[in-house]
Write a protein that binds this ligand. Structure first.
Ligand SMILES: NC(=O)c1ccc[n+]([C@@H]2O[C@H](COP(=O)([O-])OP(=O)(O)OC[C@H]3O[C@@H](n4cnc5c(N)ncnc54)[C@H](OP(=O)(O)O)[C@@H]3O)[C@@H](O)[C@H]2O)c1
Length: 345
């Protein structure tokens, strides 16, 4: 079987790591897209620090997709569906499947149902699949839903995750309001145009995976403030004591069937000695616990994103969320070995 052809849409922090992972798992990278004139024209392999791949980073997404005809696009540009809708539509119209790590795309049916429906129809028309993945795929969805599958009765589910916003690109730093004063942060939070929380999309996916019906939602957002000066590698700035370095979302979802779900997710610029964590506590019969210790979310975002490539190619056409996909699998062999025979034209 021939190799899978992929385009990296968003040659940033995540795109760079995924480039190495794909190359090591036999995926043929045939194109790369970014906007910044400092990046455009550079070789993707050199940008990713793995040596020349002879794949230039280009700015004209339409041209890249039309001329390279990838089987799949690994998409990582921005977080929310309204801002990436046209990018996803372009991929789908070119006949490519898409795995995106846009957080809202993980389960867009609750926060942007209209856009999700449009993209779903467009994907079906073109016989391809769009799916979301990233850190939440196994750590927040499939591991948790497997744990819940061992319960006789669930009263409540509480998850707490932290991750270091400083490991990612400017988009995350900006969306986490890093560097704002408390007053600026409070003004942003009071604005009517707040995007959906990552936790809200995740809890919707968990409800779907456990066959529960969301009833009511509540979200609280609290800033994380620097307790001493700390340096941000991502933006190359010292954030002084008292500055906002990120924030926590606490999402609470009640369900028609009874169980209440709470997810507290904090993304902020870490100081010395801090590490990402992922812990879940289920109260019911019996009480259940999940703790992943020190979680390397930066890496696991990309490993899961890349390991989903065969699944998105094998999936039925449409906007298929990860709760509809099998749990992630280790990929020991080149990726094309996991594709359903005949799925690569
Ligand atoms: N689900 C997860 O687990 C997870 C984890 C990490 C990150 N993410 C999300 O993934 C996205 C990328 O993260 P990152 O850390 O890699 O960010 P990054 O380093 O800023 O990279 C983003 C890339 O996307 C490109 N880009 C942005 N907007 C674009 C547009 N409209 N058209 C074409 N290219 C565009 C940027 O191009 P230029 O540099 O040329 O401007 C850059 O190459 C973010 O939205 C982030 O929230 C999700």
């Amino acid at each position: 079987m021939r190799r899978i052809r992929a385009v990296v849409y968003g040659a940033g922090a995540m795109g760079a790591l995924a480039t190495r992972l794909m190359t090591e798992k036999g995926v043929e990278i045939v194109g790369a897209i970014a906007r910044n004139p400092d990046k455009v024209g550079r070789d993707l392999g050199e940008f990713a620090g793995i040596g020349r791949l002879n794949v230039p980073i280009e700015a004209d997404a339409e041209q890249v997709l039309a001329t390279r005809r990838p089987d799949v696009v690994l998409h990582a540009t921005q977080s929310f569906l309204p801002e990436i809708k046209d990018q996803l539509a372009l991929c789908v119209r070119s006949g490519a499947n898409v795995v995106t790590i846009s957080e809202e795309s993980f389960y867009p049916w609750s926060s942007s149902p209209g856009i999700a429906a449009e993209l779903d129809a467009l994907a079906k028309e073109n016989g391809v699949t769009i799916t979301g993945s990233g850190h939440q795929d196994s750590f927040w969805l499939h591991q948790v839903s497997a744990l819940l599958g061992t319960a006789h009765r669930i009263n409540s589910v509480y998850g707490k995750a932290t991750w270091n916003a400083d490991e990612y690109g400017a988009d995350i730093i900006q969306s986490k309001h890093v560097g704002e004063t408390l007053e600026q942060f409070q003004e942003s939070m009071a604005s009517e145009h707040r995007p959906p929380t990552f936790g809200g999309n995740l809890l919707s996916a968990l409800a779907q995976a456990t066959g529960l019906t969301p009833k009511e939602w509540k979200t609280e957002i609290s800033p994380v403030v620097a307790d001493e000066d700390r340096y941000s590698n991502s933006i190359g700035v010292t954030l002084s004591k008292g500055t906002v370095i990120g924030y926590a979302d606490i999402d609470v979802m009640t369900t028609v069937e009874g169980p209440t779900f709470t997810f507290e997710m904090s993304g902020y610029v870490f100081g010395e000695g801090e590490s990402d964590m992922n812990r879940w506590v289920v109260k019911g019969e019996p009480d259940l616990y999940l703790d992943n210790g020190r979680v390397p979310s930066y890496t696991t975002t990309c490993t899961q994103w890349v390991n989903r490539i065969p699944d998105v190619i094998n999936a039925p056409a449409g906007f298929v969320t990860p709760d509809q996909l099998p749990p992630l699998r280790y990929r020991a062999l080149p990726m094309q070995n996991y594709v359903t025979p005949g799925a690569l034209a």
